[in-house]
Design a protein around this ligand. Sequence first.
Ligand code: PLP
Length: 345
Amino acid sequence: MSWIDLRSDTVTRPTPAMRRAMAEAEVGDDVYGEDPTVNRLEERAAELLGKQAALFVPTGSMGNLIAVKLHTRPGAEIVVEERSHIFNYEMASAAAIAGVICRPVKGDEGLLSWEMVRAAIRHGGPYYVTPTALVALENSHNMAGGAVLPIAAAEEICAGARALGLPVHLDGARIFNAAIALGVDAADVARPFDSVMFCLSKGLGAPTGSLLVGDRDFIVEARNWRKRLGGGMRQVGVLAAPGLVALEESIHRLHEDHENARRLASGLAQLHGVEIDPEKVQTNIVIFDVEATGLTSAEWSAEFKARGILANGISASLMRMVTHYDVDKNGVERALAAAREIVER
Ligand SMILES: *Cc1c(COP(=O)(O)O)cnc(C)c1O
């Protein structure tokens, strides 16, 4: 049985072009700044996002942590959305390593507005109030079903925060998905932010790696923190090379994943007891509620698995499916056929 793996877009394997690029990559010692392939990747990432400089990091989590560390001092707070990756899925690194706490704010279906952020910002002073040092947004928002924050909302939050002296970081793990959904360039999504992290290892299909982008001085400091965290890699051009392929090729096909996600959502919406609004699926993530089917998400996962489909629950009643280039239209049809069987069992 060939599996249809919808657990995440991280499960993608490098394409033949990426494998070739890895084999042929020109390399050097990147801790000395001498890996030409890494240098090219960093230049290209900065250019695509319209920022001065970029740093190749092993994971998105490390990229976010370095940004949080550089924008804050121990003992401060950062404002994040309550389902954000930084708050929920980074092993509390903001607290454990950067020494800050997260102030989670509930967005409207994951999306924060300046009103919501402003209400959560705290000023230090004589009242033993922990001061806010950073606002960190997520676009697209993974656990909010790949929801996309409109440019105007991002601009308003960034302008408001900046007027209060606060930097704003973007967890743009899937910034290219957000850009496609908004019909703009990734640089337009990145523009209002002081720093942005994005992943090569998600829908872009590279085996590993993320980029942290920002001002030149910020990236110089980020390089020091990457080394301090054990992320100084040597002939890592072999991993940067597929990233370059991702930035040349993969970004032009992400719209197919969005179409497949909508197809999946529309099919699921027709099933008795499955709750999802396909209109709200903007990118490659589909979250649906199975409570009214009488099965838990764990039972759904097991039923799917018995039918060759891999998908995980994100709560007792919510399932998440993520489309990517290893799942084509037929894969979506197979997943829907399995879901139909499960509902009618
Ligand atoms: C995947 C992801 C990250 C980074 O994850 P790593 O596995 O550490 O690369 C950060 N933010 C979001 C929203 C993500 O989906």
